[in-house]
Design a protein around this ligand. Structure first.
Ligand code: KIV
Ligand code: ZN
Length: 388
């Protein structure tokens, strides 16, 4: 039995923060397609865009809101009434709409609109109240929270909760925090802000130091129950927390992280490929969970182990992420056992002496070529049979 207090909500921002990656712009139809895949795979909240940013974004958020079946549909708005009204106009079509409003609260960010602490606090109170008068589901984010003075963060989070925010998101906007700090920050807010037990804390991490997934999981340990992420970790600079990494980490290491998401993990591979295609951002070969090599084995020792028991070198099953099977890549590190198994799959059941002959020629070919494809193997066997 899973405990409802251990349920982690997955908030996907591929269509907002992900799309903000320079060069990752998607068409209207592509955004609708990705939203529908996110909805189908069990994403709890889809941040569909930034409605005031452009006519196109507004239309995409409105359409996504109209079509969503299960997910909450959220739009982003800066801390001003015009942004919030525009956001509401777009998300209000959803069965379950959410307004997400934010402002940069760290000293560096406060300097941009040139507001002192009191002026900003007043603006937060006013904008969150306005959003809450429109929608009963309001998320508020102090941008650059991890570089905001602790006292000020406590003060503004309390103001946002009193003004009606139902989710408080704590962004690590520049990927600056470290896991231990990420957990402590959420824990501190939960312990010290009045009303914290009435709302959900979210974590929103960027990957500038490669710690986004670790920081997100640490925040969950500290009490966050919403993780903000994107497919393939798409996002500005080094990207956002990767949805597939958080979800699979919670699934595979449930023994030490007893939390669960509502994601159907078998849909991961398909959406990863679609996001890579429509965003034009290819997934690196060795990317955790969704990279081409994530379930591929080339070395003889690994292939031999895999053929005997997949658990020797795999901590999750390929089917769990929607792949049909592990791939044994035939190359110069492959051994006889893998070659025999591969040839069997290709329909060749060779006697030991025939296999030995093909193996010698396979190794010679593998020394010249990085990867030996199925067609190469078929050619080697045909040469062998016509010679013999
Ligand atoms: O990284 C960030 O701070 C953001 C906010 C808008 C939540 O994306
Ligand atoms: Zn962000």
């Amino acid at each position: 039995m899973t405990d409802p207090k251990d349920r982690v909500l997955i908030f996907d921002t591929t269509l907002r923060d992900g799309e903000q990656s320079p060069g990752a712009t998607m068409t209207h139809a592509e955004k609708l397609e990705i939203a529908s895949l996110l909805d189908e795979m069990g994403v709890d909240i889809i941040e569909a865009g930034f409605p005031i940013a452009s006519e196109g974004d507004f239309n995409a958020v409105s359409e996504i809101a109209k079509h969503a079946q299960n997910s909450v549909i959220c739009g982003l708005a800066r801390a001003n009434l015009k942004d919030i009204d525009r956001c509401w106009e777009a998300v209000k079509h959803a069965e379950r709409p959410r307004i997400h409003t934010f402002i940069g609260t760290s000293p560096l960010h406060r300097a941009i609109p040139n507001l002192d602490q009191d002026q900003m606090a007043e603006l937060i109170e006013q904008t969150v109240t306005h959003a809450r008068n429109l929608c009963d589901n309001v998320q508020w984010s102090p941008m650059d929270a991890t570089r905001t003075e602790e006292d000020y963060l406590l003060r503004v989070v309390e103001i946002a909760i009193k003004a009606g925010a139902t989710t408080i998101n704590i962004p690590d906007t520049v990927g600056y925090t470290a896991p231990i700090e990420s957990a402590d920050l959420i824990r501190m807010l939960i312990n010290r802000v009045p009303g914290a037990d009435q709302i959900i804390f979210a974590t929103h991490c960027h990957n500038d130091l490669g710690m986004a997934t670790a920081n997100s999981l640490a925040a969950v340990e500290g009490g966050a129950r919403q993780v903000e992420c994107t497919i393939n970790g798409l996002g500005e600079r080094a990207g956002n927390t990767a949805l597939e990494e958080v979800v699979m980490a919670l699934k595979v290491r449930n023994d030490i992280m007893p939390y669960h998401s509502g994601i159907d993990t078998t849909k991961i591979m398909n959406i990863s490929r679609r996001v890579a295609t429509v965003s034009g951002f290819a997934v690196q070969f060795n990317k955790a969970i969704v990279g081409k090599n994530a379930f591929a084995h080339e070395s003889g020792i690994h292939q031999d182990g895999m053929l005997k028991n997949a658990e020797t070198f795999e901590i999750m099953r390929p089917e769990d992420v929607g792949l049909s099977e592990t791939s044994l890549v035939m190359g110069k590190h492959s051994g006889r056992a893998a070659l025999r198994s591969k040839l069997k799959d290709l329909g060749f059941d060779l006697a030991d002496n025939q296999l030995q002959d093909v193996f010698v020629r396979f190794k010679a070919l593998a020394d010249r070529k990085k990867e030996v494809y199925d067609e190469d193997l078929v050619a080697l066997v045909s040469e062998q049979t016509s010679e013999g």
